[in-house]
Structures are given as C-alpha cells and as structure tokens.
Write a protein that binds this ligand. Sequence first.
Ligand SMILES: Cc1cc2nc3c(=O)[nH]c(=O)nc-3n(C[C@H](O)[C@H](O)[C@H](O)COP(=O)(O)OP(=O)(O)OC[C@H]3O[C@@H](n4cnc5c(N)ncnc54)[C@H](O)[C@@H]3O)c2cc1C
Length: 606
Amino acid sequence: FVHSPTLISSASLPTYSTTSLTAASTAVLLLSSNLRLSDNQALNAAVELGPGGLSILYKWNHNPIPQTPSQFFEAAAIRSFNSSLTRLNDQELTLIDGNDVVVQLERIINDLDPTNLVVDFQDTTILNKVQTKFPKLKLTVVPSSHLHHPSTAQYALGRSRKGGRILRWSTYLSGMLNEPIAPPIPSPQTLPLPIKLSPSLTWFSAPPLSKSYREPEWAKHILNVFPPTESEALLRSFQNPAPNTPTTNLTTNLGNANTIPPSSHLSPYLRFGIISPPLSSSNGVRTRDLLWRDWSHMCHNMVEPLKRGDPIVAVMDGTCVKFEGGTGEGGEGGIRGQQQQLDKFNMWVVGNTGSPIVDAGMRQLWLEGWMPRHVRLLCASCLVEGLGVDWRRGRSWFEHTLVDYDPAINSMMWQNAGLVGIDPFYTKLKWEVEQEHFREYVQKYLDADLKWPKHLSDYAELRPDPNLVTNAQARRDELKNRNVYRAAKKIVNTGVRVNWKNGEIIGVGNTPVEELDFNIDMSASDKFKELQSKIALEHLDERFKEADLDGSGELDFEELGEFCKKQGMNFTNREWELLVESLDADNSGTVSLQEFKQWWSSHFYG
Ligand SMILES: Cc1cc2nc3c(=O)[nH]c(=O)nc-3n(C[C@H](O)[C@H](O)[C@H](O)COP(=O)(O)OP(=O)(O)OC[C@H]3O[C@@H](n4cnc5c(N)ncnc54)[C@H](O)[C@@H]3O)c2cc1C
C-alpha cells in the first residue's frame, strides 16, 4: 500500500481560520521548539489570530538551571530569539515550566483571558485538559517542527494484510520523497503589541532569561562551536557541503563506510527549531536526512515501546549485549559482571577503547557536544558489538552529552545499534580499523586536551584493552552464529508490524511476534537451560553411563534422544538440530563424556 500524493498534500497545510477575527482578538502562543522568526507557521498563525495583542510563551522542560550541552544550547537559543522578538514591537518570551504546563497555562489564561491559544505541539493530554477548562478559548494546533505536517506521514506506511500497519523506513522514504515540500514563509515584519502577564506570576523570569545567568566555561566552548542564532543556522544551511542531490540508493544510511560523509552541522538548530526543515531543504540540506527526523518523531509519538524507551522487538533484546554469560557472580547479571560492564563503558566514554576513530569521536563528543553521524554509528556499534555493553548505557551518555540531543532520534538510533530497533542494520560498520580518510579527524581529537570529572579521569589514564580491536571480527562471527544479523536483516526487509490504535508491536512484517523464526533459537536456549537444570554437575558421569545403553563409551543420537525423553524433554526438529550441533562439538556423529560435561557447563543465551 502506497499513499496517494494528493491526499497527503491537502493534509499538509495548517488548519486555522481567520474569518471570525475582530480587531480586538488576542492570542497566546505556546512554543515547545521553533525558536525562530522565519518560516515559523505557529508564530505566523498567532500573529494573524491576535491582532489585538499577543503573548508568547516557551515550554522549558528542565530544572531552572541548565545541566547538559543541549540544555545550555536551548537556553542560549531562547535568549537569542528573545532579543529578536524585543526588536519587533517590544515582544518578550515568557518561560513556563514544561513539567507543569496545564496548571501554569490555566493561570495565564485566567490572567490574560485571550481569544485564541496557538500551540506548536500535539500533546492531546495537555490540550484536552485546557480545552475542557476553557471551552470558549479557540485552540489552534500548528505543528511547525517537521519537513511535512505529521498527519501526512501515516499515508506513507505499509498496511499489513494481517491487520495493523507496517513501519518500514524504505517504504516511508520512497513515499515521502515525492511529497512536495511547503515553500518557506517569510518572517513577520512586525508583531502585535504584547499583552503583559501580571507581575504576580514571577516564576517566569527563569534563569535562562535572567541577566545574571552565565554559562560555565565548558558550555561556552560548545556555544562557540554552535552559536545559537538564526543567522548562523541560515549560513550553515547555505554552506552545507552535502547538497541535496538525488540519492541513488534510497535505503542505505551509511554511504561509503570508509569515509566521513560531509554534513550540514545543523542538528542542534533543527532540534530547537532555529531553522525550519522546509527552509533547510530549500537551501540545500538533504531531504532524506530531514525525513529521518520526521520518521523518528513519528515512530516515537505513535509506537508505545519507543515512547517508553523499550526495545522495539523485545525478543531480540539481550541477544547481542550479553557477552559475559551467566547470572552468577562473574556473569552479566552478577556483581563482577556489572563492574566489568561499567569499566568497559567508562573506557568508551573517555575515548580509551583502542579504536582510533571511536576514541576520537568520543573525545569530540565531550569537547564539542557533537559528532558526525558516521562516527556516532561507529561508536554505538563498538559499544554494543565490540564491548558487549547494554545499548541503554550508550543512549544515556548521548543524552547527557549531545548538544543536539533529541529523545526521539537518540532513542531510535540506539535501539537500532542494539539491534532491537526498527532499522537495526549496522553490519557494514568497521569501527576497529583506522581509515585513511579519518586520519586528520582522528589526530585532531586524540591530541585534544580534555578535562574529565574525577570518577572518569582514572579511566583516561588506563591502557586500552589490546584485544578489543583484534577480537572485533570474532565478536561479529559470534553474533552471526547466533543469527542475530539474520534477524536484524529480516526486520529491515519486512518492517515492523504495529497495532495502529496504541502502536504496540504485533509482529515483524506479516509474521506475528510469537511466530518469529529467530524466536526458535531463543526458545531452544530456554529448553537447553531447562535440561541443564535437571542434572547436577556431580552426577554427570553416572547419568552418562545410564544413557550409554550399548556401553560403547559414546552416545549416538538415538541414545541421546532416549535420554532426553527420560528427562521429560521434547524438542522440535530445529531445536534437536541445534542441540546435537552444540553437544557434538567435534562433529563426529557421537557425543563423548567430555563433550557431555562441557555442554553442561556452557551458558545459553536467552
Ligand atoms: C547513536 C546515534 C544517536 C543520535 N542521536 C541524535 C540526536 O539526539 N539528535 C539528532 O538530531 N540526531 C541524532 N543522531 C542522528 C545524526 O547523527 C545527527 O542528526 C547528525 O549527525 C547531525 O549532523 P548534521 O546536522 O551535520 O546532519 P546532516 O547529515 O547534514 O543531516 C541534516 C539533518 O537531518 C537530520 N538527520 C540526519 N541524520 C538523521 C538520523 N539518522 N536520524 C534523524 N535525523 C537525522 C538532522 O536533523 C540533521 O541535522 C544520532 C545518530 C546516532 C547514530
């Protein structure tokens, strides 16, 4: 099922009407992003709907004092946008606490009694509550953060014959690439007069706007690299070195895996709406990259597991992150296992893994709050595939350090890296080798002088694990043998089937979740564990003798079958194949006592 382009185009316009306006109509505009004057549909709608007066609010979602690069960037962008507004008819932004929007909006609406409320986000919980409380207030929703109006996206999704919809990046991309992009609209030349809030609502002079507020030195450095102004964003979009050329291979995100592809460096600007996606696109930024943004946001908003931060295909979770084995003290879940994970993770964080490109990328992240996409992919892949660390740790670190941190994009990309996401295809990424084209980049960041917090500085002094790089291929082979890549490829090819009402995952392609064939290996490993649990290690010699019915000293497969039956175990054909494969390690056609004992002490994933 492919969408009808005409259907999409008509839906992509913001819907509000100015027919019932009088000169006295006033408006409150609540922004959650879109910190810009040009091509700002929400701002333009509010200007039209509030000729009698306008008040502009911004939803600040954090503690009063910013903590992370993206929060500092957002705060600086707020100040810069505020100065632009002040130049236009003395308008000013008012910050409201994003954790308490409904209560604060109620106070403001009671205070100002506006005719219209215009918002740039679609949080129905908040909007329904406000509309119920103020039924006469005209509510206008103008989402202005995307390349295409969010309502267009679902037309480009596959519809499953077994019910539900299919989320598949390549289908979405090929549908949306043909979609005409709304032409950017110019900045308003003037704004209606401000309607001022009563001074009793004093919380609103929050620190990001207060005069005494100053960034720490490290944040200043990041803001020098990414000056948060509209003019800087425009300049970057024009100077973008990756012009919007038609893409021949629609689905690959990797380009040439050996080079760092040119990029616009616009992500923090797009994140907080300092430039609009349609304007960036018309200035030459690649449409397919901007569609990745729309796609991540759409999936995040519509699919429950993504919103909760859970893996998309839960059945794969743990298949590629648990290398250490066992839940005993030394295993993954045990105390020593956890410490090992933490040590490996910290070595990755400080750029001390031994892989030059990964280490350079991680150091750039700490210094500038940013990395090129290709290097992000390599770093993520190294953490998950190479170090065997849980993808969630990487996600949290990026949340803490990225200047363009976006919960929807970051979460989706990390789920993909953990091979539990919607587009989990990372097999071309050779993070272990230093590429010729990376040399200059690598040198620049490996030579940079970095200051780490105390709990990390020791890790920066340690010697990296010499085996990480040399074992890279062995790690990959291990995952390959466990069919992890096959399962990931299947998801990429067939897409993920979701129940459209609440976005729960109901299958992969047309296969229901419970019948997924990569499930087999998981259920087999559960059964192997059960079989193991039936015989204590000290009784293995005795049991082997009993199973060896002809006394030959080896078990043939018939004897093995009888033995399993006696233990109350039933295996499907595929599970039996896997059992024999794993027991008969030397492939001789029989199982020796040594193989029998070895099998009982091995660990099965699942
Ligand atoms: C593990 C991981 C985590 C990431 N976390 C974030 C994040 O928190 N915030 C973020 O904006 N990007 C994130 N990305 C996506 C991507 O790496 C950055 O958007 C890109 O590197 C920014 O550089 P640029 O502005 O020069 O992008 P360009 O390559 O010039 O692309 C233009 C714009 O398209 C969008 N875009 C590009 N690639 C993607 C993508 N894969 N997914 C969604 N949007 C995309 C961005 O807004 C970007 O600014 C992540 C990627 C990975 C692998």
